[in-house]
Design a protein around this ligand. Structure first.
Ligand code: AMP
Length: 632
């Protein structure tokens, strides 16, 4: 093992050589001509001219040595079932799925939208798309009709893969009615909808559009569908994420760079061993699920565990029992999951044999010190925080123990990972701030392989959103506040924009506001994220009703608050539903009419509201204060 300092320095000073070598971690059908094409800054094209395929690297290339090794293990505590697929069986299922897609006209470059619960067919669908060069767009199953419709219109899928229902904490959540409504609302209509019938909820097929997966699967038999060799820069998927506007952005990822970055991270950051088991308890609807349930572990020849269920059902020992059962070598979860488990008696965890486990990785939201020390004390193994975003696809900050096990620093996810030229910049001047001072976490061009290529269908938005925040230089903004110490350890201090993070789920406050505004009784609304002991943050909505009389008494307020929460749940999904809806007569704004979100948020967290020199009417802040004090 060398020193991390040398490894990192080489990655940023000689990116061509560094990544050129890492490219050998994956299979290429034809070698690339250039490691990095930087002719269109701030875009970066990695491994142009090289032909490869994500599915080949995740599945086919392991057949020679790992034919019988479990590739995908599905565990569901929702329906009390489990299934295991060896690499050979996964290969067969993916080809069947690919044959079905092809039968219904899906070709390379076409989009396929997945609105799926955590079942193996979701993984088959993703890999089948990759196999034929189609571009998948997985929409988290917790999103509702409006969110789904927006994504259908943006991605314009030729086919949608879905299922009759998911299940959450033992309760069936029908998907089909939401999907039908979303397609109804959307302007774009998919040619076909492929439904996996789990027998959880009756379905009404739409004639001429809906297909039954079991029937289709039987019809294609043991289909042989070769991998389509695509250019390294060919898009592999689109994954929508929230930002400052109400319109989610489609993060577009490439093929070759992503495979190389994941392979590198699996070895150098996650210290995964081919043949070992990787258990990530995230959801395939999020980036962590794409990278570290599906592609990363499989590219690395590991067994991946796909878990449908919560961390506390049937009891708070379930994650550890699954880790024990499958001899997990690496686990990946979220700080919220650990905080939830912390509330339960630790015996269930102590009863498990976790001798196979080497490391637990946590990401998606800030990891607080008490949670980190509780879980590492319980496990007696390293707990590794890592910081990244949907946009980057793999960690920006962390500890690359596969290179050198640098000592972790409490409260910090770690140091810059290979290829990320991280700096902390002054918000207004764009100049680097000294160690110990707060600034915006930025990344110099080029973003390393695996990071977003562009915003789907909107190059200009990519440049405007991410690369135009500082007049002094064209650098990528993460929209996170950070502070670095002398050794390069960075601590994350929250978002600079209106994005909030509820239980590791990223939500745009504007999207929630737009949904609430659609309720006829709402004149104006402000949504902020307020600190929450378990979920990190929760959404709180302050609503100005059109008719004040309606919320004059407690009953009226309760009724309208319930309706508003329901509106958000129906349009966007339960994940976006505000935890509290409070009523005020006006909202605090600047004289130019901008909402003072940071002040509202501060009051929610019982902090001083900050700089109020631009506040138009101080009475508005008073109303926020009294609403917080008086309304439940
Ligand atoms: P997402 O794109 O949904 O993965 O959300 C990314 C955002 O989550 C980042 O911009 C951060 O605000 C936050 N985040 C992710 N991981 C961490 C972490 N380890 N520590 C602190 N914040 C994090």
């Amino acid at each position: 093992m060398g020193s991390y300092r040398d490894y990192y320095r080489r990655s940023v000073e000689q990116p061509q050589e560094f990544w050129g070598e890492k490219a050998a971690l994956i299979d290429w059908h034809r070698p690339f001509e250039q490691v990095l094409d930087g002719s269109r800054k701030p875009f970066a094209a990695w491994f142009r001219g090289g032909l490869t395929n994500l599915c080949h690297n995740a599945v086919d290339r392991h057949l020679a040595a790992r034919a019988q090794q479990p590739a995908l293990v599905w565990e569901s505590t929702e329906v009390d079932r489990s299934r295991s697929y060896s690499y050979t069986e996964l290969h067969r299922e993916v080809q069947r799925m690919a044959a079905i897609l092809q039968r219904h006209g899906v070709e390379a470059g076409d989009r396929v939208l997945l609105y799926m619960p955590m079942i193996p067919e979701a993984v088959f669908g993703m890999l089948a798309c990759a196999r034929i060069g189609a571009i998948h767009s997985v929409v988290f199953g917790g999103f509702a009709a409006l969110s789904l419709a927006t994504r259908i219109d943006d991605a314009r899928p030729k086919l949608i893969l879905s299922s009759d229902a998911g299940s959450r904490a033992g309760r069936v959540v029908p998907y089909k009615p939401l999907l039908d409504e979303a397609i109804e609302r959307a302007t774009h209509k998919p040619a076909a909808v492929l439904m996996v019938d789990r027998g959880l909820h009756p379905m009404q097929p739409v004639a001429g559009r809906d297909l039954d997966y079991a029937t289709e699967r039987a019809a294609v038999g043991d289909a042989v569908v070769p991998c389509a060799w695509v250019d390294a820069t060919h898009p592999s998927y689109i994954l929508y994420t929230s930002g400052t506007t109400g319109r989610p952005k489609g993060v577009q990822r490439d093929t070759g760079g992503y495979a190389v970055a994941l392979a590198t991270s699996m070895r150098d950051i996650f210290c995964g061993r081919p043949g070992g088991t990787y258990f990530c308890s995230s959801d395939i609807g999020w980036v962590v699920g794409h990278s570290y349930i599906v592609y990363g572990p499989l590219i690395h020849g590991m067994t991946t565990v796909l878990y449908e269920g919560t961390p506390v059902r049937p009891d708070a020992g379930i994650l550890w029992r699954l880790a024990e059962r499958h001899r997990a070598q690496v686990m990946f979860s979220s700080p919220t999951a650990v905080r939830v488990l912390k509330k339960f008696a630790p015996e269930l965890m102590r009863q498990c044999d976790l001798s196979s486990l080497e490391r637990l990785f946590l990401a998606g939201e800030p990891l607080d010190e008490p949670t980190a020390s509780w879980i590492s004390g319980m496990l007696g193994k390293p707990v590794v925080d890592n910081y990244w975003q949907t946009e980057t696809g793999w960690p920006i900050l962390g500890i690359a123990a596969g290179v050198e096990a640098l000592a972790p620093k409490a409260g910090s996810p770690g140091v810059a990972m290979p290829g990320y030229k991280v700096s902390i910049l002054d918000e207004s001047s764009g100049r680097p701030v000294p160690a110990g001072e707060k600034g915006v976490l930025a990344i110099d061009w080029p973003l390393p392989p695996g990071c977003m290529q562009t915003v789907w269908g909107d190059d200009q938005r990519f440049v405007d959103t991410y690369w135009s925040n500082f007049a002094s230089a064209q650098v990528y903004s993460t929209f996170d506040w950070g502070v670095a110490d002398e050794q390069g350890y960075v601590t994350i201090l929250g978002r600079t924009d209106d994005v909030i993070n509820v239980a590791g789920h990223r939500l745009g406050t504007r999207e929630i506001e737009e949904s609430i505004s659609s309720h006829a009784a709402v004149a104006e609304v402000a949504v902020v994220g307020a600190a929450d002991a378990v979920k990190g943050q929760q959404a709180v909505a302050f609503v100005v009703p059109r008719d004040a009389a309606r919320t004059a008494d407690a009953q009226g307020r309760t009724e309208l608050a319930a309706q508003i929460m329901q509106t958000v749940q129906v349009q966007l999904g339960a994940v976006a539903r505000p935890a509290r809806v409070l009523f005020v007569g006006m909202l605090p704004k600047t004289r130019s009419g901008k909402l003072l979100r940071r002040s509202i948020q501060a009051l929610c967290e019982q902090r001083a509201p900050g700089d109020l020199t631009t506040l138009e009417d101080p009475a508005a802040l008073e109303q926020i204060r009294s609403a917080l004090a008086e309304q439940p």
